[in-house]
Design a protein around this ligand. Structure first.
Ligand SMILES: C[S@@+](CC[C@H](N)C(=O)[O-])C[C@H]1O[C@@H](n2cnc3c(N)ncnc32)[C@H](O)[C@@H]1O
Length: 273
C-alpha cells in the first residue's frame, strides 16, 4: 500500500506539471499576487511545486508552509525542494495545519484541494482564524468531477467508484462554498471560474492521470480491454482512434477561483452598513 502511494505521489508530480502547476502559476500571478515578506500557507500542497514558486516570490524575508495529508506527497515535496530555505512542508490537513488560530498568515493559498476536504465550514473558520487582519484566502476548486474523470471511475474501476466519487472527493456547489466563506467572516473579492483545457497524449498518460490523482486508489490492474473500449467509445474520432482532448463543450467543467479577505471588524461594519 505504502509503495503504491509512493508511486502515485511520483506520478502526481509528473502528471500535474502540465496542468495544476500551469494553472496554479497563472492564478498566483493574476490573482494571488504575493508580496516580498509574506507568510503563506499552501493548503493541500501535494508535491509542493506551487509552494516552491510562492517561496521564490515572497523572497528570503517571507516564508511558505506547505501542508498535505498524503505523507508520500509531503516526503517527495521535502526531497524535491530541500534547497529552498524559506519553505517547509508538514504532514497535516485543513483541520490540523500549523498556526491554526494564530493570525499569522498573510495569505492562505489552496489549489485544486478544497474539493477533497470534508467539513468545509470548519475549514473556512480555521482559515479565517489563522489569517492576519487584512490577509486573504486564494482558492481554486472544482464543484463537480469532469465527465472524463467521473466516467473513468464508473466504467474502468466500478469496484472503487463509490469510494472515489463520494468518500474521497467532497465536491460542493459554488453556492455552498460562498455560504461557508461568508459565514466564517470573509468578504468575497472575486468568485469566478475558468475552464481547464484537459488533453492527454496517450491512453497510458490518461490512465496514469486517473491513478495518480486518486492517490493510487484508481487501480490500473482493473482496467480491462473491454472496459477501456466502453470508456473510450464516446471519444473515437473518424479514424477510429480515441481523441483524448477533452476541451469540447460537453466535457468541460469549471474550476472556480475564490479570493476573499479578512477585514478589520470596523471595516466590515462599514461595508455591511
Ligand atoms: C489535486 S491535489 C492538488 C495539489 C497541489 N495543490 C497542486 O495544485 O498540484 C489535491 C491535494 O489535496 C490534498 N488534500 C486532501 N484532503 C485534504 C485535507 N483534508 N486537507 C488538506 N489537503 C487535503 C490531497 O492530498 C492532494 O495532495
Amino acid at each position: 500500500m505504502k509503495e503504491m502511494q509512493h508511486i502515485a505521489a511520483a506520478g502526481y508530480q509528473q502528471a500535474s506539471s502540465s496542468k495544476q502547476k500551469v494553472d496554479g502559476e497563472d492564478f498566483i500571478q493574476a490573482d494571488v499576487c504575493p508580496k516580498a515578506g509574506d507568510a503563506i500557507l499552501d493548503l493541500g500542497c501535494g508535491t509542493g511545486e506551487l509552494s516552491a514558486y510562492l517561496a521564490e516570490l515572497v523572497g528570503p524575508e517571507g516564508k511558505v508552509i506547505g501542508v498535505d495529508p498524503d505523507k508520500e506527497r509531503i516526503q517527495l515535496a521535502k526531497e524535491s525542494h530541500n534547497q529552498i530555505e524559506n519553505l517547509s512542508f508538514v504532514d497535516g490537513s485543513a483541520i490540523t495545519f500549523p498556526g491554526i488560530g494564530a493570525e499569522d498568515y498573510d495569505i492562505i493559498f489552496s489549489s485544486y484541494a478544497l474539493q477533497w476536504m470534508p467539513n468545509k465550514q470548519r475549514v473556512f473558520s480555521n482559515m479565517f482564524s489563522s489569517l492576519k487582519v487584512g490577509g486573504k484566502i486564494a482558492i481554486s476548486y472544482q464543484d463537480r468531477l469532469p465527465p472524463f474523470e467521473f466516467n473513468a471511475y464508473m466504467l474502468l474501476n466500478p469496484e472503487n467508484a463509490e469510494h472515489i466519487c463520494n468518500e474521497m472527493y467532497r465536491c460542493e456547489s459554488k453556492t455552498n462554498i460562498k455560504h461557508y466563506c461568508l459565514s466564517a467572516g470573509f468578504q468575497i473579492v472575486k468568485h469566478d471560474h475558468f475552464f481547464v483545457p484537459f488533453a492527454f497524449e496517450s491512453i497510458e498518460s490518461l490512465l496514469e492521470w486517473h491513478s495518480s490523482t486518486t492517490h493510487g486508489v484508481f487501480d490500473l490492474s482493473l482496467v480491462t480491454e473491454e472496459r477501456l473500449q466502453k470508456y473510450l467509445a464516446p471519444y473515437l474520432g473518424k479514424n477510429g482512434k480515441p481523441c483524448l482532448d477533452f476541451r469540447g463543450i460537453k466535457e468541460e467543467s469549471p474550476v472556480y477561483k475564490l479570493i476573499a479577505v479578512k477585514q478589520a471588524t470596523n471595516a466590515k461594519e462599514e461595508n455591511n452598513g
